[in-house]
Design a protein around this ligand. Structure first.
Ligand SMILES: *[C@@H]1O[C@H](CO)[C@@H](O)[C@H](O)[C@H]1NC(C)=O
Length: 143
């Protein structure tokens, strides 16, 4: 009981820390890694394709596009009609580390309307995330 209470206290403090002051870069990359593992397992995107996207080569399989949809969906960043959920994304940018926040906000505004192939959620997510990458490759933080 006492153990549970202290665990709860630790978790609550962590939650407050992340939400009020934002994540550290280390915390952010840990979250990115978690999303990568989850979404790669789910969609069988190849490690080669995931690597390619991070190098600026977005000529990838459909499974890699579904991987990107999974990543966005994990943070509820897409509406059921496969457009970008700007509101949800703006609620989450304050949690980003200082060094990523400004670029993320700028790129989100640049890319928010890039989902064009709305009858395929994977392609729509790919269009959005590809734009996010090329908006600022140095500050790309998607999995
Ligand atoms: C998609 O859904 C959102 C939220 O319901 C809405 O604001 C937006 O206009 C819709 N876009 C299209 C293209 O249907």
């Amino acid at each position: 009981m006492c153990k549970m209470k202290s665990l709860l206290l630790v978790l609550t403090s962590l939650f407050i820390l992340v939400y009020v002051t934002g994540m550290t870069e280390k915390q952010m990359w840990a979250a990115v890694k978690l999303a990568r593992n989850t979404c790669q397992n789910k969609h069988k995107a190849s490690t080669a394709d995931i690597y390619k996207m991070h190098q600026g080569d977005w000529n990838v399989d459909h499974s890699a596009m579904c991987y990107m949809h999974c990543a966005l969906n994990m943070y509820k960043l897409m509406y059921p009609n496969n457009t970008f959920n700007l509101e949800a994304s703006m609620k989450q940018t304050p949690q980003l580390p200082d060094s990523f926040r400004q670029s993320a906000e700028t790129c989100i505004f640049n890319c928010k309307d890039e989902a064009k192939t709305l009858d395929d959620k994977c392609v729509a997510a790919y269009e959005l995330t590809k734009c996010m990458y090329f908006c600022n490759p140095e500050k790309y933080f998607l999995p």
